[in-house]
Design a protein around this ligand. Sequence first.
Ligand SMILES: Cc1cc2nc3c(=O)[nH]c(=O)nc-3n(C[C@H](O)[C@H](O)[C@H](O)COP(=O)(O)O)c2cc1C
Length: 321
Amino acid sequence: MAELLERLGIELPVVQAGMGGGLARHQLAAAVSDAGGLGTIGFVPAGELERELASARRLTDRPLAVNLLLPFARRAHRRAAAGADVVVTFWGKPRRPGPKLWLHQCGSVDEARAAHEAGADGAIVQGCEAGGHVRGEVRGFELLERTRMALPREFPLLLAGGIAAPGDVRAALEAGAGAAVAGTRFLLSEESLAHTAYKQLLLKAEATILTELFGLGWPAAPHRVVPNAATKRWGGPSDRGRVLIRAANRTLSPLAARVPQGAQRRLLARQSPAMPLLSPQPPTDEDPGRLVQSAPLYAGETVARIGRVEPARSLVAALAP
Ligand SMILES: Cc1cc2nc3c(=O)[nH]c(=O)nc-3n(C[C@H](O)[C@H](O)[C@H](O)COP(=O)(O)O)c2cc1C
């Protein structure tokens, strides 16, 4: 563990997951890093990524990470990411994004092996209980154990999924992780830019579902969300609507993926639970509150254990064993 923390340049084995679409910007990443963990700026258009990193640098002189979603990352994103201390990649064939310390988030042993072979400096093992897009089908601790056995001891592994309390971090470290990665817990922080109504719905939530519903522009990519009007309308287990949405997502995605993110935000504002074209963009504080019923409310299973929005600094201190 100590060696990984040293390489990352951080004091505590707590990493805040990059949460894209404007949920985790400089405020959150800087607060986490400043408290001794590793804060991560989520995936946004390249120009914004550069500005977010510059703003975070003004708030802290500690190491900062950025997240790149590989299916959407362009050269300009990789250039912006080169200004961070750590780059975390997700979704797709692992390939080095640049010269900086590189972690790839994986959902299977094979994927972690591919990351190791591609020269990653470590892998984040993501269990299927995680919030947001979920890469694999195995729960976190089991995947960590299998991956630990398959890869050389010195290759650093971090655990994502199921981390919301100090006991979770302690258990992850005991199981061989060098650090623990939490998304949902930090989404419910004061510094995350999730819409207030999104945070409120999560605080009341007791369960999550895995769906492909919000896949316009990113099809066949399961994601864990808290149910809302859209999942109730289109996501029922025997609902023909689910099949319709999947087909629409597959057909329209090549086109939707080419729409610039700014235009995607404008389209999102028109989204309604009655319309079977549902974008992966989550509701942020810049969106109208009604979107919480038609946009994805990404959250992991830990949401059932989280009762309060707290400052990120206190969360890092509380999570550290
Ligand atoms: C709201 C939300 C958004 C997410 N967005 C991203 C993302 O843009 N990129 C990424 O690599 N992972 C993303 N994830 C997944 C996290 O990297 C991580 O695997 C997950 O948060 C761990 O599970 P937990 O939420 O239970 O802590 C997201 C997770 C959440 C909860």
